[in-house]
Write a protein that binds this ligand. Sequence first.
Ligand code: 13P
Length: 341
Amino acid sequence: MATDNPLHATILELTRPGRGILAADESQPTITKRFKALGIESTEETRRNYRQLLFTTRGAEEYLSGVILFEETLSQRTDDGAPLPEVLTRAGILPGIKVDKGTTPLPNAPGDLITQGLDGLGERLKEYKKYGVRFAKWREVYGITDANPTALGIEANAEVLARYAAVCQQEGIVPIVEPEVLIDGDHTMSRCREVSDAVLHAVFTALHRHKVMLEGMVLKPSMVLPGKEHSSKATAEQIATATVEVLLCNVPAAVPTINFLSGGQSPEEATANLNAMNKLYPRAPWVLSFSYARALQDPAMRAWGGRPENVPAAQKAFHQRVKMNSLARAGKWTPELERAA
Ligand code: 13P
């Protein structure tokens, strides 16, 4: 990739040492569900307050290179009137945007879903760029059952991800390509590994077919884990090994960075698993970092509870999570560091 390519500059910034990405792009229904579980009302104002809290956490910029936003946040402002995307830019953090429009059942593939939002995507990206947006995110989901995902589901989802990525690159926007194999269910870890392998293989075949520049994209995969309802748990070392082995078989070294989603792991598990990957594979061909939503935000959202007087405690909790994951990105995290905080 030519060094004057805008994608190149964005990738360099996103991969700065010690940093990862915060996903703060929950759609209205998703953040409403998360707020409701904690007794917080979801209004435009409470969502603004909450995201302001995250983005103005002092010192978080040492651990974050990007934040993925939901469309509503682009035009929201801090109490002092500063646009929220600008608050990030001023702190040296790149604003990104979730551009997919959620999932719908995929016809003739019972149980599989497909993500919508390709129509008019180029025009929307042109608008988002006016807010300083430098990268985008699109998520396809794959539930695991004995029959899912189907071969059709795997193909169709890969095709859509590749089409999205090609449109982004055409607009000078770095695409985060997110194929999420869901943790729900009682499947074994080896079944998750088999599905992840098939999904990633199809995704990279489709990216190649659509001539997506691998050097100018971010991969955001799920980790290889046993299903949430499965009878036994796996260790961080087992998860790290299975995950990196699948990635090594499917993800070309030209991809600069892999930023995982947390997908329902507890905050400490997500940190421990990322740490184990960097510890066991210090010479992996890609940066192995994070792009968590829940695993970075849960303790902060809980500490806040919708109350202004809790903002300092919430920011402390958020700072702790980004710091711990920054250490995990270098394989330098230990459980003792959590307890020392
Ligand atoms: P979680 O880390 O909560 O899985 O969210 C990541 C994300 O951006 C999902 O699209």
